[in-house]
Design a protein around this ligand. Structure first.
Ligand SMILES: Nc1ncnc2c1ncn2[C@@H]1O[C@H](COP(=O)(O)OP(=O)(O)OP(=O)(O)O)[C@@H](O)[C@H]1O
Ligand SMILES: [Mg+2]
Length: 226
């Protein structure tokens, strides 16, 4: 039987507001496997980013269990969580989140600097990642000198440079023109070949229909696969 990469079992997340507790994610249950691309859809405020943050070990659930590579993450230390984020998970955020004072190649190198990869190996991997997103010729540019589509491709290269087994992308095409969005989608789909699992939030039906599976969030509830 195929071993799942991630498994959510009844994940819950709530926040306290002025009017008491707001339940943002309720009893979310699903599995995702290596080599598939899942699209997460749902209205604004339905809990999509909240779910992605739990899957990315950026946040902890208030209830339920989250298994990563078959291991229950509940009792993982902050250090273990940070190491897993750094080495096994690649994030692509809607707003790119590139450091403005670092060049494209320095931005891409950051996860490798954090994990202590020596500079000769770092350079090789950074070049390979920038090549994958067809941006080697912009390696020395600062983000401010790149177009939106190019910035997002640098952000993807930064997510790919560690060879993660999981890529989490929060509306990665939200700020892109249709052509750049298609290119980003192609690159995300291509990651499946190496067994990477991609979980992508999108509002664009044309992109969602290219996914292997869809997940819908409605008011914090994950609806069964369509
Ligand atoms: N830290 C927080 N404190 C309080 N409420 C929060 C917090 N984070 C999220 N929420 C609430 O949880 C709900 C879901 O938020 P979330 O960001 O997951 O939505 P989303 O589906 O990603 O929406 P969008 O499509 O607009 O990005 C919203 O009502 C939001 O106000
Ligand atoms: Mg969101």
């Amino acid at each position: 039987m195929r071993q799942e990469l991630v498994r959510a079992e009844g994940l819950c997340r709530w926040f306290s507001g002025p009017e008491g507790r707001i339940s943002v994610l309720q009893n979310a249950k699903f599995k995702a496997f290596p080599g598939e691309l899942l699209a997460v859809l749902g209205e604004s405020g339905s809990g999509k980013t909240t779910l992605l943050q739990l899957l990315g070990l950026l946040d902890r659930p208030d209830g339920g269990k989250y298994f990563f590579k078959g291991e229950d993450t509940e009792n993982w230390s902050e250090n273990r969580r940070a190491k897993t984020r750094n080495r096994e998970i690649g994030f692509v955020f809607q707003q790119f989140r590139l450091l403005p004072t670092l060049t494209a190649k320095e931005n891409v190198a950051l996860p490798l600097v954090i994990s202590g990869v020596p500079s000769w190996e770092r350079n090789r991997r950074v070049r390979a990642a920038l090549d994958q997103v067809a941006l080697l010729h912009r390696a020395d540019h600062l983000p401010g000198a790149l177009s939106g589509g190019q910035m997002q491709r640098v952000a993807l290269a930064r997510a790919l440079v560690t060879n993660p087994c999981l890529i989490l992308a929060d509306e990665p095409t939200g700020n892109l023109d249709p052509k750049s969005a298609d290119r980003m989608m192609e690159l995300l789909l291509a990651q499946r070949k190496s067994g990477c699992c991609v979980i992508m939030i999108t509002h664009a039906p044309s992109l969602a229909k290219q996914a292997d599976r869809l997940m819908y969030l409605k008011e914090g509830h994950l609806l069964p696969d369509a």
